[in-house]
Design a protein around this ligand. Structure first.
Ligand code: TRP
Length: 338
């Protein structure tokens, strides 16, 4: 855990509370995060301020922020070993976000592919927050002097921009921010949609998406309906190019059972998809059962969750405050007298 003489490098990531966690999030990323706490000083937060760039139903949004936190803890992120908090509880994010807005260029923000994608999808609500989102993200990262930011490919451009802003600021005012690096984890499976195995599993395609909170019955149903391939051989063989559906199911099965592809091929030799699909469903349901139960228990225990995010925000704020104070001083703001 964090100490004054901490030599561990800092790892930080934000997660938007924009939907419940699914199997792709779990096997592709979160499952591997638990182990990172041994090597790094880890901060994870619900990026709720970022989520406000898209219109939310307030009640549902409030429920989701803590429900999602519970799901992350249930996936193995131990609140004793990681600093877990909600972004909006640490006001330094919004404050440094404003400052960094003034050091991030209109041209840079205009080149962000996520801004272009999101404004195409939300043509009726292309707000300023959507545009300046990367400056807030830079603040999230730079406040903690993070060394590494574990993110998916879609966030690489934002991480690059964060580096550019940090370097720009350091050049103007002297060393202030650690220049972070994107950390693309070594392990982690790329899980595809069950209904459309050439696209990534995503909550926007619910029939092909297995949520961590799905019941075993729902999981069984989704796997039974999983798209397999229309090739004539109908056998369980790993061949992502020609058999994307079956290969995705094999990938999932391998991830949850630890078996090799050769082992899986042998296990289902001569057995066809009708046996294979329910077997994958069962294995997934068994893997997710303790996670779902643990998350449900925490969601019901509001006091426990509140303790976790209170303590997390206090720890985070203690770090963030130091950086913000330094920045205010460097840019020439008058020191706050209280
Ligand atoms: N933009 C990230 C996403 O949509 C979420 C995020 C916000 C984030 N702040 C961050 C990720 C800081 C890493 C670091 O996935």
């Amino acid at each position: 855990m964090e100490t004054e003489n901490n030599v561990k490098k800092v790892m930080l990531s934000g997660i938007q509370p924009s939907g419940d966690l699914h199997l792709g999030n779990y096997l592709g990323a979160v499952k591997n995060w638990a182990a990172l706490a041994e090597e790094f000083d880890c901060f994870y937060f619900m990026a709720d301020l970022h989520t406000l760039t898209v219109r939310q139903d307030p009640k549902e949004f409030r429920r989701r922020a803590t429900a999602q936190l519970a799901q992350y803890i249930a996936c193995g992120l131990d609140p004793q070993k990681n600093t877990l908090f909600l972004q909006s509880h640490v006001h330094e994010h919004a404050e440094l976000g404003w400052i960094l807005n003034c050091y991030t260029m209109f041209g840079e923000l205009s080149r962000m592919t996520q801004f272009k994608d999101k404004s195409a999808k939300n043509a009726e609500n292309i707000n300023g927050g959507l545009f300046t989102y990367p400056a807030l993200m830079a603040a999230d990262i730079l406040l903690y002097q993070a060394d590494y930011v574990p993110v998916g490919e879609d966030q690489r451009q934002h991480c690059e921009l964060t580096r550019d802003v940090a370097i720009r600021f350091n050049n103007l005012y002297g060393e202030t921010f650690k220049v972070p690096e994107a950390y693309i984890p070594k392990v982690g499976a790329r899980i595809m949609s069950l209904s459309n195995p050439t696209s990534k599993m995503s909550k926007s395609d619910p029939t092909g998406c297995v949520f961590l909170m799905d019941t075993p019955e729902e999981i069984a149903r989704k796997f039974k309906r999983a798209v397999t391939d229309s090739d004539t051989e109908r056998c369980v063989r790993f061949d992502p190019e020609n058999k994307p559906g079956v290969s995705n199911l094999m990938n999932i099965y391998a991830s949850v059972t630890g078996r090799s592809f050769a082992g899986i091929e042998a296990e289902f030799d001569g057995k066809g998809y009708g046996t294979f699909k329910p077997a994958v469903g069962d294995a997934v349901a068994e893997t997710l059962r303790p996670i779902r139960e643990e998350a449900a228990r925490m969601i019901a225990d509001k006091v426990y969750l509140k303790d976790v995010y209170t303590e997390g925000a206090q720890r985070a704020s203690a770090v963030a405050r130091r950086t913000l104070r330094k920045v205010y001083k460097k840019v020439g703001l008058v020191e706050k007298p209280f």
